[in-house]
Design a protein around this ligand. Structure first.
Ligand SMILES: CC(C)(COP(=O)(O)OP(=O)(O)OC[C@H]1O[C@@H](n2cnc3c(N)ncnc32)[C@H](O)[C@@H]1OP(=O)(O)O)[C@@H](O)C(=O)NCCC(=O)NCCS
Length: 183
């Protein structure tokens, strides 16, 4: 992870956070072995070592890892664009799913949104219902369908976005709804 990413995320290169025995930190080269195994178990068309390498090497690309006792359990890779983040990939070990780890990783990206970069964009396979529901639960919404996006399977892709301004508005609407219901 370059110093750029550290500055981007407002933390030092070695920064970490600890939640219930979990540690969130930057992805680094020594994670590759564990992440490639996780990747192969999670995806039909998994990323290769070269793609993880590219992510580490390339300016404005970065990755986060969640680990317990030094064992990587999940990761998220992103690209920081001028006005948005692009969520490139995210996966959690099968045995650790539905425990909030994917949410922990994605929230770390959501928390970096500001006035300049105010949305996160993600492209999801039409068959990946789990990912669509996961993103929707976080406040992402499907905004666009790309026909036959994946040439190997002729699958459509759903473009899903998280917009900080819309999320704030819907949080406010939810608070109002709760206030009205509690009268
Ligand atoms: C998608 C993925 C990263 C989610 O990670 P996770 O750690 O299991 O997700 P969380 O525990 O944070 O889930 C939060 C919420 O998302 C929704 N959700 C997550 N997985 C779901 C599933 N398989 N089916 C339905 N809803 C799901 C639920 O609302 C869940 O809350 P709940 O468990 O209280 O019902 C994980 O399933 C995975 O690695 N899948 C394979 C890789 C992949 O498809 N990645 C694409 C990600 S964009």
């Amino acid at each position: 992870m370059s110093e750029n990413h550290s500055v981007l995320f407002g933390v030092r290169k070695t920064s970490e956070s600890s939640v219930a025995g979990l540690r969130l930190r930057w992805l680094c080269r020594r994670d590759f072995g564990a992440l490639l195994a996780l990747e192969r178990a999670a995806f039909e068309f998994p990323w290769t070592r070269d793609e993880f390498e590219y992510c580490l090497r390339t300016r404005n690309f970065g990755g986060l890892v969640v680990e317990r006792d030094g064992e990587p359990l999940g990761y998220l890779c992103f690209e920081a664009r001028k006005r948005s983040f692009r969520l490139l990939s995210c996966a959690v070990a099968e045995s650790e799913r539905r425990r909030g780890l994917g949410t922990l990783l994605t929230r770390a990206l959501i928390e970096r949104l500001d006035e300049r970069r105010s949305k996160i964009v993600c492209v999801v396979r039409e068959r990946n219902l789990a990912a669509q529901l996961f993103l929707r639960n976080l406040g992402f919404r499907a905004v666009w369908v790309a026909r036959d996006y994946y040439f190997k399977t002729n699958e459509d892709a759903y473009r899903m976005t998280y917009r900080a301004d819309v999320a704030v508005a819907s949080d406010a609407a939810e608070r109002t709804r709760r206030r009205l219901l509690s009268r």
